[in-house]
Design a protein around this ligand. Structure first.
Ligand code: NAP
Length: 278
């Protein structure tokens, strides 16, 4: 089975190793490519890959929105997120889906045992990752969901977009969007604070969050993953968060869901989650 991960930058991607681990569980033979692709080369790359027997592709930055243009069918999850992280061929058609939110919810609720129902949740950032995860967070019926972004207009746009697609009033969810100012961040406390900004890609950088933000926080979750705790995780722990986690478990769980879409096989994720690969 021909699979691939595409994006730019792409050299750091752990997807080939994760999917090889999944394939080994079933003695399935896969060939997993890692190709640097930009929005300019995306259409041609997808056409060539699927013409030559490709089955599935993981889509990463900066292609998650652009890729939606080149498929025949878009899943509800991808439509709500306005982005996709997986494409697969089935019955002569190309399908796009978004498994990031599924991966996050599975990691939070099953691996970390943090339920989202009835909780107050703060999401920092309003980029592609935030778009991908928010529909799944809403599906879990939190009491309150707040999006805070450096560029406030992007957070407001994201909220507007979702309000047009999901009936939040019917779900009884308080939904707010704003900037990263202390006034906006500190007008409530949060059970869960999720960092979906890309700040942690720069090792020493801090979002400069107010210390009081983490008082009462049960879990501070950074979507970024690395061998060391991120600055966000350190600051959360120092300022009162009970527990922190990076996004490794989310990466593995979204990968498992993509693998299921490609192969109809459901891999065991527990070994990879306990022992991250180098
Ligand atoms: P993106 O689309 O480029 O969005 C970046 C976001 O970070 C924007 O909201 C941006 O705010 C904010 N930001 C960047 N620098 C900042 C700074 N110095 N101060 C405050 N805010 C800042 O990136 P993305 O695709 O959403 O990815 C975000 C993170 O999620 C990355 O670390 C990525 O590795 C991680 N991720 C993890 C997984 C997983 O499976 N674990 C999956 C997807 C993504 P502005 O709007 O103001 O620019």
């Amino acid at each position: 089975m021909k699979l691939a991960v595409i994006g730019k930058p792409i050299t750091h991607s752990k997807s080939p190793k994760i999917h090889q681990d999944f394939a080994n569980q079933f003695d399935a033979k896969i060939e997993f490519r890692k190709d640097e692709v930009t929005p300019d080369t995306l259409e041609k790359w997808l056409a060539d890959f699927f013409k030559h027997g490709g089955k599935g592709v993981s889509i990463t930055l900066p292609l998650k929105e652009a890729a939606l243009k080149y498929v025949d069918e878009i899943s509800d999850r991808a439509r709500l997120a306005s982005s996709c992280n997986v494409i697969y061929a089935k019955d002569e058609k190309l399908f796009a889906d978004c498994t990031d939110g599924y991966g996050l919810a599975k990691d939070l609720e099953e691996n970390l045992k943090v339920s989202l129902k009835g909780k107050k949740i703060l999401i920092l950032g309003a980029g592609g990752a935030a778009r991908g995860i928010i529909p799944s967070v809403i599906e879990k019926n939190p009491a309150k969901l707040k999006i805070a972004n450096r560029t406030e207009s992007k957070a407001l746009l994201l909220m507007e977009d979702l309000e047009g697609k999901v009936n939040l009033k019917e779900k009884n969810i308080i939904f707010e969007a704003g900037d990263l100012s202390d006034d906006f961040l500190l007008d409530d406390s949060y059970d869960l604070v999720i960092n979906s900004t890309s700040i942690s890609t720069q090792a020493e950088e801090s979002l400069g969050l107010p210390k009081a933000l983490f008082l009462g926080t049960k879990l501070a979750y950074d979507l970024f993953y690395s061998d060391e705790k991120t600055v966000f995780m350190h600051e959360a722990l120092e300022n009162g968060a009970e527990k922190v986690s990076d996004g490794w478990g989310m990466l593995v769980e979204q990968g498992a869901e993509s693998f299921r879409l490609w192969t109809n096989l459901i891999p065991d994720t527990s070994r990879l989650i306990e022992k991250p690969i180098d």
